[in-house]
Design a protein around this ligand. Structure first.
Ligand code: UDP
Ligand code: MG
Length: 317
């Protein structure tokens, strides 16, 4: 039987894990595949770890990994992908917003020969108007300014063939925007739409701050457009100042009027100051990211991984 891995990052999901586990078992049992459930605990502070411990003792298909602190959703996903052994790997959230009932469809498409089965959120129930709108706008923007194409509503609910996972593992960048990375990797991809239901329990673990950071990661990782934007602005204002100089010279030499204005002066100084600072800020954003990347720090540390054996440990047995 083929092995399917299901990778689930969890962060303070004590009310969701057991329900999720049962739903996965219910969905997977009739399909005729072996499966493993790779839960990556992203430094939870509630009893998620206890529950995972308990589950993993009862069922050795449950393979939890405990990260030493909160590294963030994308890193937790990466850790799970590094440890998953299946011929196909499905990544999904543990809060039921990625419905397990959709898994058979993903697998069917995989059996049809697709190597990435990507899901696209059509609508999300119970999500604020603000989040839906900003998300739609964001995807429009990123598709405009970068080469990789990311579907609006692209989610991290997807199936990847083993070959895609192996390619993914070769990407070592620290600022991760997995949706973009998968698009950039290529392979035979297909998109499927789904409606994301409400969370089963608990609240969203993404603060506005985390979302903004994630959004910026996506833009800076796949586009140099902001840098070019600063350059274009420079050109526009350079041209404008040449025109203004011509105007001032004309008044001074060909009319009797005095050259007017400290108002023009103060406006142009503050305008240019603002634009220069903005340009510096854009450059700074990229320099900061270069700094993060060149340090080559490890992406994560795992405290414990019950039910997962390293190859060395396996040889010892
Ligand atoms: N998550 C994580 N680390 C974090 C934040 C979230 O592992 O720092 C997990 C979380 O437990 C959930 C998934 O990522 O399984 C998606 O998070 P959430 O449901 O809060 O995001 P939303 O659906 O609101 O965008
Ligand atoms: Mg969610």
């Amino acid at each position: 039987m083929k092995l399917i891995s299901i990778v689930v990052p969890v962060y303070n999901e004590e009310e969701n894990i057991e329900h999720f586990y049962e739903e996965i078992c219910k969905t997977m049992q009739p399909l005729g595949y072996d499966f493993e459930l790779v839960f990556v605990d992203d430094g939870s502070k509630d009893s998620s770890i206890l529950i995972l411990d308990h589950l993993s003792q009862r069922d050795d298909r449950v393979k939890p990994l405990y990260l030493v602190r909160n590294f963030g959703h994308q890193i937790a996903l990466t850790c799970g992908l590094d440890h998953a052994k299946g011929e196909a790997v499905i990544t999904m959230d543990g809060d039921m917003q990625h419905p397990p009932t959709f898994i058979p469809i993903l697998i069917e498409k995989w059996e049809d020969g697709y190597e990435v089965v990507q899901t696209v959120r059509k609508t999300t129930e119970g999500v604020s108007w603000f989040k839906n709108k900003t998300s739609a706008l964001y995807y429009k923007l990123i598709n405009k300014i970068s080469k990789v194409k990311i579907q609006p509503g692209g989610s991290d609910f997807r199936l990847m063939d083993r070959r895609v996972v192996e390619s993914f593992k070769l990407y070592k960048e620290r600022a991760r925007f997995i949706r973009g990375m998968i698009g950039a990797i290529g392979y035979k991809q297909i998109q499927l739409e789904f409606v994301a239901p409400k969370r089963f329990a608990g609240t969203s673990k993404f603060s506005l701050n985390k979302m903004l950071h994630f959004a910026l990661d996506g833009i800076t990782a796949y586009s140099k457009m902001p840098l070019r934007f600063a350059f274009y602005l420079g050109i526009i204002f350079g041209l404008f100042s040449i025109l203004l100089t011509g105007h001032v010279m004309y008044i001074k030499w060909f009319t009797d009027e005095a050259v007017p204005g400290w108002a023009t002066l103060s406006v142009s100084i503050s305008l240019l100051g603002g634009i220069q600072l903005m340009g510096l800020g854009i450059i700074g954003e990229y320099v900061g990211r270069i700094f993060e990347e060149v340090k080559q720090r490890p992406l994560y540390f795992v405290r414990e991984k019950p039910n997962i054996l390293d190859i060395n440990e396996k040889n010892k047995e």
